[in-house]
Design a protein around this ligand. Structure first.
Ligand code: RFL
Ligand code: PHB
Length: 391
């Protein structure tokens, strides 16, 4: 097979990239390891920055998102047994964010791919990248026991943290930065009405978060130990821990019910530099991971792909390669800003096993400062809402 852009991975980054390229008249073939249903069944992010909403709108992916997404003016923080404190993003930076599940966005992307009869190969095994430094890079894979090859002008790895693209960049070129956190998040989904706002809690027992998917679907998380087993967490234990950590006022508003999904995810920060090697580019989780506390993972995947589709469009439209040449540097500026913010929010809101009494007082002082300073709130609001794209 021959195409202009070979894309590895049909998660949000890969499927959005192929959609945006198609709108610019650029051909792509997407090769995905899992089945379509497996990709659609993964429950992950739930918050879109306004810049992400605008990218999706401009790409014609707005109908269901605007009908079913829930627009928020800000998010609440609660700690130390006090009343919840609202970070008013609209007031501080005139922006909003939207609750719209990654699952729905992925469904919208696959529905749009069906309409344009997009080339997405599911259940492709043993994907490998070849000759990334040549002007004819290619990928090979096996599907249904048959070996296939796609020749392309460019290969883009949108294949997540464990993908095949990043390892194709030699160790002598790739520099990685990593931080692991000594805890995880236990998340549940329940068919109960959510709280009206997202609420982030810092409690002596650990972090908690109340989020949502739709008027009858709630998403909640509690910080847990990395050694915890799902079997340790009955629904009763989860609800009791969640409502304790959210405090009596907010916790008292939580409507409980049976969980329909329950999983534990570790937290880590990871960045790989550069995000280009010859004619191979990497985007989304293939290049970087953030702990979910700042709700940035999906948004970074969208912003990388926005930069990359603009760069490829400029290349194919008029041979202008400036954006392609600046892709890695431009994407990494946004990545590091989100990595720093996600690390900061994680540090502010979680209990660390080695946390000393000093660390704890410093954390409380920072939360007090946030509650009392318009400037601190504005800085948090600006970063939570998401920084603008570079032109
Ligand atoms: P994805 O979504 O991981 O998609 C990558 C796709 O590539 C496929 N793939 C391969 N295909 C071919 N060959 C290979 N060798 C391949 N290896 C992998 C995979 O099957 C998959 O379909 O990356 P993408 O597109 O960059 O999107 C990024 C987002 O999915 C991610 O940043 C967020 O979901 C992160 N994240 C969360 N972010 C939030 O903002 N809030 C959350 O609550 C939240 N929860 C999560 C998460 C990520 C998780 N992961 C990755 C373990 C919960 C989990 C469990
Ligand atoms: C979610 O709804 O899954 C969610 C929301 C905010 C976060 C992380 C996850 O910071």
């Amino acid at each position: 097979m021959r195409t202009q852009v070979a894309i590895i991975g049909a998660g949000p980054a890969g499927s959005l990239l192929s959609h945006l390229l198609h709108r610019s008249g650029i051909d792509s073939i997407v090769v995905e390891r899992s089945s379509r249903n497996h990709v659609l069944d993964r429950i992950r992010a739930g918050v879109l920055e306004w810049g992400s909403v605008e990218v999706l709108r401009a790409a014609g992916l707005d109908a269901r998102m605007d009908a079913e997404g829930h627009v928020h003016d800000g998010a609440a923080l609660v700690w130390g047994g006090r009343e919840a404190f609202f970070i008013d993003i609209n007031r501080h930076v005139g922006s909003h964010f939207m609750s719209y599940g990654q699952t729905k966005m992925q469904e919208d992307l696959y529905a749009a791919a069906d309409v344009r009869h997009a080339a997405i190969v599911f259940e492709a095994a043993n994907v490998e990248v070849h000759n990334p430094l040549s002007d004819r890079p290619s990928i090979t894979f096996d599907v249904g026991g048959i070996a296939e090859r796609v020749d392309a002008d460019y290969v883009v790895g949108c294949d997540g943290y464990h993908g095949a693209a990043r390892p194709a960049i030699p160790d002598t070129v790739l520099r990685t930065f990593e931080k692991e956190y000594p805890f995880g998040w236990l998340g549940i989904m329940s068919e109960t009405p959510p709280l009206p706002d997202l609420v982030y809690a810092n409690h002596a027992n650990g972090f908690a978060l109340a989020s949502q998917r739709n008027p009858m679907l709630s998403r909640y998380y509690v910080q847990c130990s990395l050694d915890d087993d799902l079997a340790d967490w009955s629904d009763d234990r989860f609800w009791s821990e969640l409502t304790t950590r959210l405090g009596s006022t907010v916790g008292g508003q939580v409507v409980t019910g049976p969980s329909i999904e329950k999983s534990i995810a570790p937290l880590r920060s990871f960045v790989a530099e550069p995000m280009r090697y010859g004619n191979l580019f990497i985007a989304g989780d293939a290049a970087h991971i953030v702990p979910p506390t700042g709700a940035k993972g999906l948004n970074l995947a969208i912003s990388d792909v926005h930069y990359l589709s603009r760069a490829l469009t400029a290349h194919y439209d008029g041979g202008d390669d400036e954006y392609l040449d600046r892709y890695s540097e431009m994407a990494l500026r946004r990545v590091w800003s989100a990595v720093r913010f996600s690390w900061w929010m994680t540090t502010l809101l979680h209990r660390f096993p080695e946390q000393t009494a000093f660390d704890q007082r410093a954390q409380e002082a920072e939360l007090d400062y946030l509650a009392s300073s318009m400037h601190a709130q504005a800085a948090m609001a600006e970063q939570y809402a998401g920084l603008p794209f570079e032109s």
